[in-house]
Design a protein around this ligand. Structure first.
Ligand SMILES: Cc1cc2nc3c(=O)[nH]c(=O)nc-3n(C[C@H](O)[C@H](O)[C@H](O)COP(=O)(O)OP(=O)(O)OC[C@H]3O[C@@H](n4cnc5c(N)ncnc54)[C@H](O)[C@@H]3O)c2cc1C
Length: 400
């Protein structure tokens, strides 16, 4: 609980990848920092697929912000950011004044106004979303009836959630529900583009198509969705596909508290930032992670970008505290990976593509996810737990 009004050197709004790394790095160097998050924990989004499909426990992907050493963690929602007076106001009515403000409130789903989507489709951004998808899947699998799943969007999220669903259909459900058979379930992926993983190389797209097709996933490419109902989706050519559960993996919007004076935003609503990560034209206000975009070279909405920006913002503020100007942020591109199934992944590094399968794919995945995790203790615990589940093929969790 925050004091009704207080002052700190830095207030960080949002405790995702970007905010967590910023707060941790600032506190490590003795800067007084408060981090505010609606949930009070960081959600490790790259593992939402596994949580939604019962492969990982939900508690394994939520990290309490109170665990960050020497950081004041406040569970509350920031309703407004006053840049002129350098303060934020919370839902509780409390205000926090700060010498520096870092906005890192992340992304959320965008249904693009599709009829029925907000009501019937399941997004996948939070652990609550993962729990809802998991419970629906379990309910359908337990029923013993045939059912269909539609995944809308064949980008990284759509492909990876489809892969996790397939792994569950082949492994967890048959072991858990007597009488359940893979053949009971039809899986559709729908996308307007010509291939899955549009953001990756042609060879990665080809590999994803092969793996998904081999697992009997029906790909509907070059097609949009015009309506979602509780038991179907309608495509823009009039085709109606049965869908007992529809997962929305297409389209991004951002979380943004009211900011005064209003910053410039791009066509996705992301705050335009200068190369040094400051809100354009502001001297003591930064915006990082998924909610921000550099005017000239917007970066992809990725955990690796958010993590690097979090660390960079801490350096920038420390420079300012010493009377220097911040330096421009430089992203170190570590390549793009998509985990299509637990034993099939594709990685683009520079202009080359590496398709990997079996234990090598899993080891790369483990390395990347461990890199993103916040803190040694979480890293060790999670790696041990994921390694056991994936390498033995014995998923331990099924959402209650
Ligand atoms: C399903 C899925 C899978 C992904 N897989 C990968 C992957 O494999 N590799 C990869 O690099 N990236 C992946 N990403 C992307 C990655 O998770 C995001 O790029 C990253 O989380 C962005 O970090 P962030 O800190 O900007 O935002 P977030 O992690 O979204 O954090 C924002 C935080 O702000 C809080 N918040 C929002 N509004 C307010 C407010 N007004 N007041 C207080 N708190 C607020 C939220 O509660 C949240 O905790 C994935 C994303 C999803 C959804």
């Amino acid at each position: 609980m925050a004091d009704p009004t207080k002052h700190v050197q830095v207030v960080v709004v949002g405790g995702g990848f970007a905010g967590t790394y910023a707060a941790k790095e600032l506190a490590r160097h003795g800067v007084e920092v408060a981090i505010i998050d609606t949930n009070g924990y960081q959600t490790f989004q790259p593992m939402l697929y596994q949580a939604a499909t019962g492969i990982t426990a939900v508690s394994d992907i939520e990290y309490p912000l109170a665990d960050i050493p020497k950081v004041e963690a406040i569970k509350d929602t920031v309703t407004s950011v006053d840049l002129a007076n350098s303060k934020v106001t919370l839902t509780s009515g409390n205000t926090i004044e700060a010498d520096y403000i870092v906005v890192a409130t992340g992304a959320t789903v965008n249904f693009f106004g599709t009829t029925g989507a907000a009501e019937f489709a399941f997004p996948l951004y939070t652990s609550d979303d993962a729990v809802r998808i998991g419970q629906r899947g379990k309910q359908l699998a337990e029923s013993g009836e045939n059912f269909s799943v539609a995944v809308i969007g064949a980008g990284a999220t759509g492909v990876e959630i489809s892969g996790a669903i397939i792994d569950t259909l082949y492994d967890l459900y048959p072991r858990t529900f007597p009488g359940f058979k893979r053949e009971n379930v039809t899986v559709h992926i729908i996308d307007r583009g010509a291939a899955p993983l549009a953001h990756m190389s042609e060879s990665s797209q080809k590999y994803a198509t092969e793996v998904l097709t081999k697992a009997d996933v029906n790909l509907h490419l070059g097609r949009g969705v015009t309506e979602v109902k509780s038991d179907s989706v309608t495509l823009d050519d009039g085709t109606v596909l049965a869908a007992d559960v529809t997962i929305w993996a297409g389209g991004l919007s951002v979380h943004l508290p009211s900011i005064e004076p209003a910053p410039e935003v791009d066509s996705h609503g992301r705050v335009i930032i200068d190369p040094d990560l400051r809100i354009s034209g502001k001297t003591n206000a930064y915006c990082i992670g998924d909610v921000s975009a550099d005017r000239k070279s917007p970066l992809p909405q990725l955990g690796s970008v958010a993590k690097q920006q979090g660390i960079a913002v801490a350096h920038a503020i420390r420079r300012q505290l010493k009377g220097h100007e911040p330096k421009p942020f430089k992203y170190e591109d570590m390549g793009t990976m998509a985990m299509i199934r637990h034993d099939a992944a594709t990685v683009d590094i520079g202009t080359s593509t590496h398709t990997v399968n079996g234990p090598v794919a899993f080891t790369m995945w483990l390395g990347l996810h461990a890199y993103l995790l916040p803190g040694e203790e979480h890293r060790i615990q999670a790696v041990r737990s994921w390694a056991y589940e994936q390498m033995t093929g014995k998923s331990k969790y099924l959402l209650k």
